[in-house]
Design a protein around this ligand. Structure first.
Ligand code: RM4
Ligand code: MN
Ligand code: MN
Length: 398
């Protein structure tokens, strides 16, 4: 592929960053607070805007409704704040796991009150989505059970399917419902949407505007994620990604920090679908789902999106003619070499070129570091928190 074509593909490669990635988050063992962490939606959007300013590839921000919108605040106002920071509100993530009422699940629960509570929240989320002009309603359900025999799996499945159908039909035209899966955690015996096949089934039954969301950290060890991606794409059912890396489980480590070749292989399947099979890949929502506990959050986010760009560019460089030829000859070694050659190509000159055209520094991470942003907002935010009588950024997640 010639370099101009890669540059055009990079123009179309947009990555959504998550509001919760800028806030203080932790593990179930505690939180390590960072003075520069964002504690208000305004601060989160300012951070997201800054990431976009240095990278030019992150124009939208995912929001988690419970954490980012307060009762009585007009959603449109939040959209205006986003605009002020040079970004837009992207996917709307309902929170169906934190309220006490969800102890036994939300839409899959046998408790009618929990189901009604969930539906009210989802309807509020749809209204927020409409108000801010978002076209994605993204579901991760924590529903599941902890012990064999705890609840009837089939009844739970039917209740969940019914809820998705209702929520699908409540969405305005142009909105897409995404169904995310995860094999375990927070429940440890069964999860109601445990894998891509279940997510596919729920999405398919919900209606034409529902698709599957692949969170790269939500698989059991050894799963071939690029195979899942290729399969879903060919079925027209791949809605998008939550990018992160992992060593063990849902670790939410920086994308490509553990296994960059695995990320490359995912992008390779996407480009293969587009170039060999004529699949429309333009609607795939690339999103980050990481919340860093130890790394500085902004640096981690810039690292993540620039890594995504690098691995995507490398995947664009796979010589597909040569690959098809090797496959036709059943030449396994030559076929694999095609992938390896692209993976080991230095794409930094290409990306520098892309950035220069946008008046960006060729090294966004170093430019961000040199800007002093972190120290400045740390001072401002610590002072603002002290004025509010708040210690630490607070926040809700973990
Ligand atoms: C879950 C899942 C969801 C995210 C929450 C915070 O593990 O990845 O996408 O919204 O975490
Ligand atoms: Mn996720
Ligand atoms: Mn996760």
């Amino acid at each position: 592929m010639d370099h101009d074509r890669v540059l055009t593909l990079l123009d179309e490669f947009r990555i959504e960053t998550p509001s919760w990635g800028y806030a203080d988050t932790g593990t179930r063992f505690g939180k390590f607070l960072q003075p520069a962490a964002a504690s208000t939606i305004d601060e989160k959007l300012a951070d997201a805007g800054t990431v976009h300013e240095y990278t030019a590839c992150c124009p939208t921000v995912a929001v988690h409704v419970l954490w980012d919108f307060s009762v009585g605040v007009d959603a449109q106002q939040t959209a205006d704040v986003a605009k002020k920071h040079g970004v837009k509100i992207g996917s709307i993530n309902p929170n169906l796991f934190q309220d006490q009422i969800y102890k036994f699940g939300s839409a899959a629960s046998s408790d009618e009150r929990a189901r009604a509570h969930a539906s009210r929240h989802v309807n509020d989320c749809i209204a927020i989505g409409k108000a801010v002009g978002s076209d994605l309603l993204s579901f991760w359900m924590a529903d599941g059970t902890n012990y064999p025999g705890q609840d009837d799996i089939v009844s739970r499945k039917r209740r969940l399917a019914g809820a998705f159908r209702q929520w699908h039909d409540a969405m305005p035209d142009g909105m897409t419902l995404l169904v995310e899966y995860k094999p375990f955690e927070p429940t440890f015996y069964h999860t109601d949407i445990a894998d891509w096949g279940m997510a596919y089934t729920f999405a398919k039954e919900a209606g034409p505007n529902a698709k599957v969301l692949v969170d790269t950290g939500h698989h059991l060890p050894g799963a071939n994620i690029e195979h899942i991606v290729a399969f879903l794409l060919d079925e027209g059912m791949l809605g998008g990604f939550h990018f992160n890396d992992r060593k063990y489980a849902d670790d939410d480590l920086t994308l490509g920090s553990i296994d960059p070749y695995a990320v490359f292989r995912i992008f390779h399947e996407i480009r293969n679908a587009a170039e060999i099979h004529g699949t429309d890949v333009s609607q795939i929502a690339y999103m980050v789902d990481q919340s860093h506990n130890m790394k500085p959050k902004m640096e981690a986010m810039i690292q993540t999106v620039t890594t995504a760009q690098e691995l995507f560019a490398k995947a664009c460089l796979v010589d597909r003619k040569k690959l098809l030829d090797a496959q036709a000859k059943r030449d396994i070694v030559a076929a694999e070499v095609c992938l390896k050659e692209a993976f080991f190509t230095d794409v930094m000159p290409l990306l520098s070129n892309w950035r220069k055209k946008r008046n960006l520094d060729p090294n966004p991470l170093m430019a961000y570091r040199a800007s002093g942003y972190e120290a400045r907002v740390a001072n401002e935010r610590e002072a603002a928190r002290a004025a509010r009588g708040q210690s630490g950024a607070g926040g809700n997640y973990a």
